[in-house]
Structures are given as structure tokens and as C-alpha cells.
Design a protein. Structure first.
Length: 543
């Protein structure tokens, strides 16, 4: 059954509200005459976190000391992946109370929560532990990247991307439904803006990704134990079930949703909860100068500026929202963010003169190594990626020792037909920018085959005019629990499909033959090893 997809252009009021939205929860409690101390709030959320975010009724029973039987994950009737909301995952926090002792929570709070889960509860005061669900998660062919389509309770869908690096995992989260900035090369910009995510909905993306990682880690651990793998490898597998970095580089402009993003960041760095270091959380912005300065004042997390052009006229062509915001003011705000900690140290330990704004080379180099401030620069064929543009970008950052990250453009469904420069050209561009004193690197592209790379996040429903109303944002064939390995998209060629397939198969035949021979040789070697070991054991027993 096919029908036109009705796309919502706004967000409905949340009901139930996310329990992870601390400000909304506090407001509801105060409306009922309940005032909690910071200690009680911290204790409540710490226990919720360590319980693995179970359904609210189960959590209330747990707080009351009742025994709760926990379930397992399931595949819902609508095809969505329902990762068990009450499956515990490993946490990084090191704070714990003494064994057998739990801080008491006020009875009024427990009564409020008990009434909240009842059917007669006022809808305006309804809360739920998790209000969203993973509609689908899709893993790239190389296994490094997983894109999650997270369906919010009002039907909107946002996307997050889980990236597995060597020994660590990074999660890219969304902060809005759509985006108002309208960058010409970004797929999310084609959606327009639908509304902000609450702080709880932002944090729920982290919960969903952590549960997926935890399930993968358990599967990997079981496999390594069955294979008799050494403990060193098992330890390495265990470390991969924690998210150690968060980047606000998903859908939306984070600084246009400042209050909720700030609240989510504070929960991420809270040592009782996710316990991430300040330099492990990065907020990316197209350039909201006033909010960049607010972030510098309010929270010392990393800040990334999506610049994409070396001067104002070029930038206004590809970033419409840049009009009225001089590029120099953005660089000044970014530089102030990078040097903020150094400035605070100088104010705490004043030297012979009142030096608060002028920094020497050593201080700037030291601040740059911490990578608190970064410029993101998408590489597009055209004026912004010429050799002259490289010199202009280098001069713009000269003397500041900023970190510049060049991003190879990933093709998206946007109006303008854009392309990425060659690897050789990007290396030359990088070399020129570096010659002016900035640390310049080229970002590794991850998840392009599942449209999870930088600039590609847009829900598939937005691209289709006609589709089955039961379909999710990914093909129905891939609707199954666990990892979904996707075959990389074939590049277009001028020849026919049959000729291209014959050519590719002929290229793969030698590789397949070699792999088959290696597999046979490995099997023979393993068999000989076990036979030899068995004979040795028998010989020892006879003695």
C-alpha cells in the first residue's frame, strides 16, 4: 500500500516528557510542591543511569526495594528495532556509594513517580524514562560506522551516527529536527527547520547507542571466549562498549537550541552519569557568534566552527545564514574560546603586568594542542578549494595556531551538483594552510555507504514522495535486530550494467581464489596442530 508521506512542519508538545529533561522534571515537581536539593537530584539521576534506564514503573519498583523481573530485546510488529530499554550497559562513572547503602530519596518524590505511572495521572505531568525508539540502525560494510534512525514520540525522526575508531567510540548526535541554516552542500539543510530537541531527547540518543554497543560487546566477548582468545584481546573488546566522545555534528544547528544543548552537555560531563571529560564533548556551529561567546563563558567544552570558505563573499554563497555575521568576528570568537582557559589561569595568577588578551607563541601552541577550538572546512571543487583560497585561509588563521580540519565532500541529494577535489589537491591545500602555523589535517570519511558521513544526514522519508506508509527510513529488507551490513553503493559507469558486472567479477576472481586457498591452508594447519597436541597428551599419559 503506497501513499504520500505527510511531513510534519512543527513539533507537538511532548507527552510524556523525557525524564532525562532535568529542567522539565524539576518544574513539574515544584508545581506539585516538591522541592529537591541538588544532592537528591544527583542521586536520583545516578541511580537511573546505573539501572540502565528501565521503564519508569520498573524503576519506581526498584527505588521502593521491590524485585523486578527484567526482559530482553524484541523486534516490534512495525519492524522497528526495540533495544531492551532495561538492559543494563557498562558505565564509565567511578562514583559509588558504600556497598549495601543507598542514599534515601524523599517519600514525596516516590509518591509523585508512583502516581505518574498510573493511568489516572495528569497528562501534563506524565514522564517516561525513554520517550523515543530506534526505528532502524544500519552498519557500514567495514563495520566501523552505524547510523541510527531515532523516532521521537511525535513521529519526527532524527539521525545519529556511531563511529568506532581504534580503541574508542564516538557518537555524533542531532540537536534539532531539520536545520534552518540552509548550507547548500548539506542534506539536512534541505529539510528546513521543524523544531528543537529537548535535552532529554538529545541524551536518549546516547542511551540508544550505548545499548547497541553493549549488545555488540557481549556478542564479541562470547565469541572470543568460545574461540579461546587471549585475555588481552578480550580486554580490548570490552573497552569498545563505551562511548568516549560526543560530537554535536548531526542534524540541526546546536547553538540555535542553546539551552537544551547546554543541559545535555552538562549531563554528559557529569561524573555521576556519563563522566566524559570536557575535551571529549564537541559542539559544532555554522557560526552563531553571540552563542559561541556564551558557550565559552558557560562550559569549557570543545567548539568547532563550520567555516567552509576563506572570506565573507564566498561564505555567503554556500552558507546563506552567514549574511550579517562577518567572518572575522567568528574567528575572534573561536580564538577566544581556545584561549579562555589560559586567560583564566593568568587572571588567577597575575604576572608583573595585566596580561589578559595578548598571548605569546608558547601559550598559543600549548592551547592549540588541547584542540579546544577547531575549524571545519568542507572541500568542494570550486572557488573555496583553490590554491589562492588555501593561502587566504592560512592568513585568516595566521598567528592563532587554530586547528583546521579539512572534510572531503560526500555527495548528497542537494540542488547543486557538487564534487570533491582529488586527494593530491587536498594534500597540497593542507600543506599551504599548515605553512601559516595552523595544525591542518584531512578528516577520514566514515559511513559514506550508509549516508552517515558528514553532510549526509537526512531522513530517507524526506527524499521520497511516494512510499509504503509502514516503511521506516531504511529499506524494509534490512529490518532486523542487530547489525545490518550494507553493500557499498556501486559507482556509476558509462558502460552497461552487464559489462560492468562482468568486469567487476573478473577482477574479483583472483582475489576469491587466493582467499579460498588461504582458508584451506589455515584449516589444514589447525587440524595438524590439534592432532599433534592430542598425540602429545596421550604420550604423557602413558608415561
Amino acid at each position: 500500500m503506497a501513499a504520500k508521506q505527510q511531513v510534519k512542519r512543527f513539533r507537538d508538545p511532548l507527552c510524556p516528557k523525557p525524564l532525562l529533561d532535568r529542567a522539565a522534571f524539576d518544574k513539574a515537581l515544584k508545581a506539585n510542591g516538591i522541592t529537591l536539593s541538588e544532592h537528591h537530584f544527583d542521586n536520583f539521576y545516578q541511580r537511573l543511569h546505573r539501572s540502565g534506564y528501565p521503564p519508569l514503573d520498573e524503576f519506581v519498583a526498584e527505588l521502593r526495594g521491590e524485585v523486578v523481573e527484567k526482559g530482553v530485546s524484541s523486534n516490534d510488529d512495525d519492524g522497528s528495532v526495540s533495544v531492551a530499554s532495561h538492559t543494563n550497559f557498562r558505565t564509565k562513572n567511578s562514583v559509588s556509594s558504600r556497598p549495601g547503602r543507598k542514599a534515601q530519596l524523599p517519600k514525596a518524590l516516590l509518591e509523585f513517580l508512583s502516581n505518574n505511572v498510573s493511568a489516572e495521572a495528569d497528562s501534563d505531568e506524565k514522564f517516561a524514562t525513554i520517550t523515543s525508539k530506534v526505528q532502524m540502525h544500519q552498519t557500514s560494510a567495514d563495520g566501523t560506522t552505524t547510523k541510527l534512525a531515532v523516532e521521537l514520540q511525535d513521529g519526527h525522526v532524527v539521525e545519529s551516527v556511531l563511529m568506532r575508531h581504534e580503541g574508542r567510540c564516538t557518537l555524533c548526535v542531532s540537536s534539532q529536527v531539520g536545520c534552518a541554516m540552509g548550507c547548500t552542500f548539506c542534506a539536512t539543510g534541505t529539510m528546513g527547520i521543524r523544531g528543537n530537541l529537548s535535552s532529554g531527547e538529545i541524551l536518549e540518543q546516547l542511551v540508544h547507542a550505548s545499548k547497541i554497543l553493549s549488545e555488540e560487546s557481549r556478542d564479541d566477548m562470547m565469541m572470543t571466549e568460545e574461540e579461546g582468545t587471549d585475555r588481552k584481546r578480550q580486554k580490548k573488546q570490552k573497552r569498545m562498549d563505551l562511548i568516549r566522545n560526543i560530537v554535536f555534528m548531526g542534524m540541526g544547528e546546536p547553538l540555535n537550541n542553546y539551552r537544551n544543548v547546554l543541559a545535555a552537555c552538562r549531563a554528559m560531563i557529569d561524573r555521576r552519569l556519563w563522566n566524559l571529560a570536557h575535551n571529549r564533548v564537541t559542539v559544532s556551529t555554522v557560526g552563531v557568534a553571540s552563542r559561541m561567546r556564551d558557550l565559552t563563558r558557560d562550559l569549557p567544552v570543545n567548539l568547532a566552527l563550520s567555516l567552509h570558505a576563506p572570506n565573507q563573499p564566498m561564505r555567503e554563497k554556500i552558507v546563506p545564514s552567514a549574511k550579517g555575521t562577518p567572518i572575522e568576528s567568528l574567528i575572534e570568537a573561536l580564538d577566544s574560546h581556545m584561549m579562555a582557559l589560559t586567560k583564566r589561569k593568568l587572571l588567577e595568577n597575575p604576572q608583573e603586568d595585566d596580561k589578559t588578551t595578548d598571548f605569546n607563541i608558547e601559550e598559543r601552541q600549548s592551547a592549540s594542542k588541547k584542540k579546544r577550538a577547531m575549524i571545519e572546512y568542507v572541500m568542494l571543487v570550486g572557488d573555496t578549494s583553490t590554491i589562492e583560497a588555501a593561502h587566504q585561509l592560512g592568513k585568516l588563521c595566521e598567528g592563532r595556531y587554530l586547528v583546521v580540519n579539512l572534510i572531503p565532500y560526500n555527495k548528497t541529494d542537494v540542488k547543486d551538483k557538487l564534487d570533491c577535489p582529488s586527494e593530491e589537491h587536498m594534500q597540497e591545500f593542507r600543506r599551504i594552510v599548515s605553512s601559516y602555523g595552523s595544525f591542518c589535517s584531512i578528516r577520514r570519511t566514515m559511513g559514506a555507504d550508509i549516508a552517515g558521513a558528514c553532510g549526509q544526514l537526512v531522513v530517507e522519508q524526506e527524499k521520497k514522495q511516494v512510499l509504503d506508509i509502514e516503511d521506516g527510513p531504511f529499506p524494509k529488507d534490512n529490518a532486523k535486530v542487530g547489525r545490518i551490513v550494507v553493500t557499498p553503493r556501486r559507482k556509476k559507469s558509462s558502460g552497461t550494467d552487464s559489462s560492468s558486472s562482468e568486469e567487476s567479477s573478473s577482477k574479483q576472481q583472483p582475489t576469491d581464489r587466493l582467499l579460498h586457498q588461504l582458508t584451506v591452508a589455515t584449516a589444514i594447519a589447525a587440524s595438524l596442530f590439534f592432532v599433534s597436541a592430542s598425540l602429545l597428551v596421550l604420550q604423557k599419559r602413558r608415561r
